[in-house]
Write a protein that binds this ligand. Structure first.
Ligand SMILES: [Zn+2]
Ligand SMILES: [Zn+2]
Length: 118
């Protein structure tokens, strides 16, 4: 079932499909991560690519819930950050490709908002 995007702001960043898949730095073309299509309600990502480009991603949906902040840490399974409550896979950020980032992501299933920075 496809979802209706409400807010979508991509700065210097390309997304493989409408609201998920591989994320690419628009300046050097490198992939910097992978956003899972169906498990998040909202994402806010700011990053600096190794090439020096500063990029960001903001996405949410018509049916997104407000969510509630969680102090728990995302769990890393292989390269993917997953929700610690229900193990939903949310996002991969390729650590070696970015010098720093700030991530805020809401799990659709439990409505928890997680933050992660490098
Ligand atoms: Zn780049
Ligand atoms: Zn969850």
């Amino acid at each position: 079932m496809s979802r209706i995007v409400k807010n979508k702001e991509l700065v210097n960043t390309r997304l493989a499909t409408n609201y998920g898949g591989w994320m690419y730095c628009e300046k050097c073309g490198e992939n910097i991560g992978y956003l899972c299509y169906s498990t998040y309600d909202k994402i806010e990502l700011d990053y600096k690519c190794n090439c020096g480009n500063h990029g960001s991603v903001l996405l949410d949906f018509e049916d997104s819930k407000v969510g509630k902040s969680s102090t728990s840490e995302l769990v890393m399974v292989k390269t993917r950050f997953c929700c610690p409550k229900d193990n939903e896979p949310l996002i991969t950020i390729l650590d070696k490709k970015v010098t720093n980032y700030d991530l805020k992501i809401t799990c659709k299933s439990c409505e928890s908002i997680y933050q992660k920075s490098k």
